[in-house]
Design a protein around this ligand. Structure first.
Ligand code: ARG
Length: 460
């Protein structure tokens, strides 16, 4: 049943249509914001009392009443149900039931338009740092893995074709850097979330002598949004957040994809423990990397939140429009799915062992040292382009014979170029090629160790 006497009943003679009520009620999802709603109302009531807009006794009664409702909700004594329109009205109505007429003064100088924006920002002020912390969990796990396999060497890939040898730790640290930027993005979004819309009222402000700064400080906001229309009209902070979450998910999906590929018999680079894999109901030998797949599978939902909020906001005339009510499911979805996926990735990493010997075998069995061979010739004065071409022919030749680069003889090398000497073979050692790397940020083991060291002081 819809509430027959809406809080705006004065203007209306008839109750809202039942179907329209059901269609427009947001209580099913916005009741999640009850804590923030009560927190915001308490700050508002205190401010009304302190500025003398309502009496101190009234303010006190309202605050006590709101605290009582919080207790009731926590104990399950007050439950939200489908007859309610939204969390704001449900709590305000309950307040009036509990404390009588004084409850009706809470909404002085305020509108649900600034109230809902305040609730969301308060919610995000908690949720976003929490999300950042979960990103840190994955970063720590990546660092731990690089510390567990500091010397492991593997083929680096481009186009998923074996390309050049790298340290596994260098690969882990690449992801670590990406997640570090994700964390920065969260901190950056948070700066813009952390501004109070409260007191903008419906959108034009209010003639009551409210003190917006005081309420904002009480709520822990860094500052107050300066334009009342802007304060209730925009959801750009949700769009930024969804974008930041989408980027996190994109990074997670790449890692998840690699873990899936690396766990195949064909690669055999890793094994995931029973704790994070599943069996098949028909094929007894199977051990499936479902958790990694589900992380990858969650990406669509989070990208969806970005398109969702962007599209909801597109072309909306200022100021508030009811369309904006629909911003909450994507907000919760972005936060929760990203958070859960990060948490899962940290666990999957912890539960995965890497097989350095298999990775090293993949480095040695192929032509990954071809770049080094070209560099060798170039260092002896052959222009790099020519050296590249020559090395290509050598690889083709070796491939034809079914041999590796180490298995060619010096005489064979010399048929391609007189620049080849016996020292060429030492250049074909992948470990040596790593040590030879000079450029900053390269896979040179010393540099990788330094990077690990730097991250250790920042992450532990
Ligand atoms: N449930 C609404 C929302 O989430 C609250 C604001 C309603 N304001 C209004 N003028 N109808 O957007």
């Amino acid at each position: 049943m819809a509430e027959t006497t809406a809080l705006w009943g004065g203007r209306f003679k008839e109750a809202m249509d039942e179907i329209a009520h059901r269609f427009s009620s947001s209580i099913a999802f916005d009741s999640k914001l009850w804590r923030e709603d009560i927190q915001g109302s308490i700050a508002h009531a205190r401010m009304l009392g302190e500025t003398g807009i309502i009496s101190r006794e009234e303010a006190h009664a309202i605050v006590r009443g709101l605290e009582q409702i919080a207790g009731e909700i926590e104990r399950g004594e007050f439950q939200f149900d489908a007859s309610m329109e939204d969390v704001h009205l449900a709590i305000e109505r309950r307040l009036m039931e509990n404390i009588g007429a004084a409850g009706g003064k809470l909404h002085t100088g305020r509108s649900r338009n600034d109230q809902v924006a305040t609730d969301e920002r308060l919610y995000l002020k908690r949720a976003v740092p929490d999300l950042s912390e979960t990103i840190t969990l994955v970063m720590r796990e990546l660092l731990r893995k690089s510390e567990a396999y500091p010397d492991a060497i593997m083929p680096g890939y481009t186009h998923l074709q074996r390309a050049q040898p790298i340290l596994l730790a260098h690969h882990f640290l690449a992801y670590l850097e990406m997640f570090a930027r994700d964390r920065e993005r969260m901190e950056d979004v948070l700066r813009r979330i952390d501004r109070s819309p409260l007191g903008a009222a419906a959108f034009a402000g209010t003639s009551y002598p409210i003190d917006r700064a005081q309420a904002a400080t009480a709520l822990g906001f860094r500052s107050v949004l300066s334009n009342s229309i802007d304060a209730v009209s925009d959801r750009d902070y949700l769009i930024e957040l969804s974008a930041a979450c989408s980027i996190v998910m994109m990074h997670l999906s790449r890692m998840a994809e690699e873990l899936v590929i690396w766990s195949t018999r064909e690669f055999g680079f890793i094994s995931m423990s029973d704790a994070v894999t599943t069996g098949s109901s028909i094929m007894p030998q199977k051990k499936n990397p479902d958790m990694a797949e589900l992380i990858r599978g969650n990406v669509g939902a989070v990208y969806g939140t970005l398109v969702n909020v962007l599209t909801t906001m597109k072309a909306l005339p200022l100021a508030y429009n009811r369309d904006m009510q629909q911003d909450k499911p994507p907000m919760f979805e972005a936060i929760e799915t990203t958070r859960n996926s990060l948490e899962m990735m940290a666990l999957v990493l912890r539960e995965t062992v890497f097989h350095p010997h298999r990775m090293e075998a993949a480095v040695r069995r192929d032509y990954l040292m071809a770049t080094e061979l070209a560099d060798y010739l170039a260092r002896k004065g052959v222009p790099f382009r020519e050296a590249h071409h020559m090395t290509g022919s050598i690889v083709a030749h070796a491939e034809e014979l079914g041999r590796s680069l180490e298995e060619l003889t010096l005489e064979e090398y010399r048929t391609f170029s007189s620049k080849f000497d016996a020292d060429v073979f030492s250049y074909l050692d992948p470990r040596r090629s790593l040590e030879e790397k000079k450029s900053l940020g390269s896979t040179n083991p010393r540099m990788v160790r330094e990077a690990m060291e730097a991250w250790r002081t920042r992450l532990y």
